[in-house]
Design a protein around this ligand. Sequence first.
Ligand code: AMP
Length: 236
Amino acid sequence: MKASSALGVSGAEDKMRIILLGPPGAGKGTQAKVLAEKLKLTHISTGDILRQNVSKGTQLGKQAIEFMNKGLLVPDELVTKMLTEMFDQPDAKKGFILDGFPRNIGQAQTLDDILKQRNMSIDMVAYLDASEPVIIQRLTGRLVCSACGANFHTKNMPPKKDMICDNCGSSLYQRADDQVETIKNRLEVYQKESAGAIQYYEKQKKLHRLDADEEAETVINNIIHLTAQYNDSPKV
Ligand code: AMP
């Protein structure tokens, strides 16, 4: 892919398949939303899909909420089934940016199997590496829009009106799992579970490490720069 086309002007970059890996608070959700728009890819966030299921009170939501509120991983079979359904949606065929999946080596292997059955594969994995103090500061101040999902921050990016989304005027809330104790659990789970997935993509030579303590804009530009090295070879 040429640098110009990496900016989402046109062409085969529409079919890029990217994973954002990294601890909670590394900025995966924020970066993925912007990148999906710039690169014209579908943003697939397993955390967002699970939260939607919880708020709609679906069977999956009821099974997942207990794990989510404790900062634990939702069992693989539930998340995998949910993701498989996503890959059968027409939007996923346009290329996607995956945020929040895989979380462990089992999920990484399952993902490859699911994609292979659909003649697809992952092109690139961006690993967003952030330090614990930065993560805690970001997550404890994070505010999320209840309608459009936009993210704000009490200090780094306060909304213009208190607890109201600048984009759509809906109310903002703090995620139940963004309390300090739950954040620490999530980080522990992340350290324990994710190492296998990171090695998995390192072995496949798809992993790129980025400093995610940097400002969001810098990280996004660095990821876009990386996508430029993927060529326009036709993909299924
Ligand atoms: P996130 O929005 O990515 O921080 O995810 C919020 C919560 O959803 C996590 O703490 C997990 O409980 C659950 N979750 C999201 N993605 C996964 C996944 N791939 N596997 C298991 N649980 C997940």
